[in-house]
Design a protein. Structure first.
Length: 255
């Protein structure tokens, strides 16, 4: 899925958007997790909690019977309504989901839970709205690799990041059965970029964004070309080396 800058919802630091070459690494990394979890949405009534720009809700709509795209940001839900007509955007607080008890087959929560102050309250709402046997799909940065060596997130928009064991414990505390807990990793093509940029393509991007290159006003063209070339297929999701994963990918079932 592509767009252009004129159509893209602006970057805030809390969400990623399609169609921005400088943002492509993060967009494709998030898109890869959607593709892995889309089969759970086939024919289902899905509530995406924290839909952001809406590209993920649109992907889900290609499989699901109906998608409620919920976000607290009024500009985001207006954008989703204009750009993705196969979704039903709704503005709401995620700890007060605007649907009845046991009315939803799947709740999707992609790269959102780390932004929430009341994570357990949100999960209680997910459990409330899901039908028995319904699934909660969660992706979130792995604290062990995203903010290594600290419990305080480096990202100012994050309230609490989770390690694999912490996410597992949180889901079980909220009354879910954890069916799947995997991790997202760089595939061969992105690992090759890691080597090209001294061990980390992420650090190479952060050096530009944080102004760590003296006199660097724009992205170096070779770096931007490499970033723009990344696709969702360049990431892998599996259950090995969970602590070394970049993002956590969980499927939890409401009993």
């Amino acid at each position: 899925m592509t767009t252009d800058r004129a159509q893209a919802l602006h970057l805030t630091g809390e969400r990623t958007v399609p169609g921005v070459p400088e943002e492509n690494y993060w967009f494709r990394r998030h898109e890869a997790a959607y593709h892995v979890l889309l089969p759970y949405c086939a024919g289902a009534t899905v509530l995406e909690a924290g839909c952001g720009e809406g590209y993920g809700a649109a992907l889900i709509a290609g499989k699901a019977a109906r998608v409620l795209a919920v976000d607290y940001d009024e500009q985001a839900t207006a954008h989703v309504g204009r750009r993705y007509p196969r979704t039903d955007p709704v503005r709401a607080n995620l700890v007060f989901l605007p649907v009845g008890d046991a009315t939803i087959d799947v709740v999707a929560n992609f790269q959102v839970i780390e932004h929430l102050w009341d994570q357990l309250g949100f999960l209680a709402e997910c459990r409330r709205v899901l039908r028995p046997g319904g699934r909660l799909l969660v992706t979130t940065p792995n604290r062990l690799t995203f903010t290594p060596g600290s419990d305080t997130p480096l990202n100012p928009y994050h309230t609490r990041e989770l390690a694999p064991s912490e996410l597992d414990e949180l889901l079980r505390e909220a009354g879910f059965a954890v069916e799947r807990l995997h991790g997202l990793h760089h595939g061969p093509a992105v690992r090759a970029l890691d080597e090209r940029y001294g061990g980390s393509i992420i650090d190479a991007q952060l050096a530009v964004v944080m102004g760590q290159l003296p006199g660097q006003a724009v992205w170096p063209e070779p770096l931007l070309t490499d970033i723009a070339s990344i696709t969702a297929a360049d990431f892998t999701v599996h259950g090995a080396d969970l602590d070394a994963s970049l993002d956590l990918v969980a499927v939890a079932v409401r009993p």
